[in-house]
Design a binder for this molecule. Structure first.
Ligand code: GRF
Length: 210
């Protein structure tokens, strides 16, 4: 059983999707820790209801950035975390943390990276950019995290058609549905040691994208 930490800032629908798959016995892992900068978000509410250990680390509680970074690292190390899932976490991770957990931090992005990613591309901005570009498809990406926003190696993607009639809102809805399938699938593969690195690129063994 892998010990999973989920980092969240918002509603936590991806966190819930992963948790549901765990409850149903489809993922051989356990969410043992939730970290958030936002004590009032839906994800923390869900962690409380489900008695999942949650820790709030933010500027208000810990104004000193070094203290914040140390607390983050210590909390994860003490909890013996095997996998970290960034599920709508809006804070940049410290470089030493990323190094410590190299190839153990997953992020979900609501677009087809490497396009429509990087600083400033989050939430509806991604979907608005897709609509403005005239692209005929969008989707979701799960990748390992490195020191640069949305830059780390891509593990898996799911695509959806963008129709003439689509708006940023309708694309967001379609992509979020894909995210809730994709993220648990990648977490499951990780927990089964099925993500291998070949020629510096991660790949899921025996993974069917459809
Ligand atoms: C998702 O769209 C995800 O791709 C992005 O942040 C959003 C989080 O949504 N990184 P939720 O909190 O999981 O509902």
């Amino acid at each position: 059983m892998k010990k999973i930490a989920v980092f969240v800032s918002g509603g936590g629908s991806n966190f819930k999707a992963i948790h549901h798959q765990i409850i149903q016995g489809n993922i051989s892992g356990e969410i043992v820790l939730v970290i958030s900068n936002n004590p009032n978000c839906g994800a923390i509410e869900y962690a409380k209801i489900n008695s999942i250990k949650h820790v709030i680390i933010n500027e208000t509680r810990y104004p000193n950035s070094r203290t914040r970074n140390e607390l983050l690292m210590e909390t994860c190390i003490r909890t013996e975390i095997d996998l970290i899932c960034l599920a709508g976490y809006m804070k940049m991770l410290p470089p030493n943390f990323v190094k410590q957990y190299e190839n153990k931090i997953l992020n979900i992005h609501p677009g087809l990276l490497p396009e429509f990613g990087g600083k400033g591309f989050f939430g509806m901005r991604v979907h608005e950019a897709v609509i403005n570009s005239g692209k005929k498809e969008s989707g979701a990406t799960v990748h390992f995290v490195d020191e640069i926003y949305d830059h780390g190696p891509i593990i898996a993607q799911k695509k959806v058609e963008v129709l003439e009639s689509d708006t940023a809102e309708s694309v967001a809805t379609k992509v979020l549905i894909l995210e809730h399938e994709l993220f648990p699938e990648v977490v499951k593969a990780f927990c089964e040691n099925k993500i291998i690195i070949e020629n510096n690129k991660p790949k899921i063994v025996e993974y069917n994208e459809n």
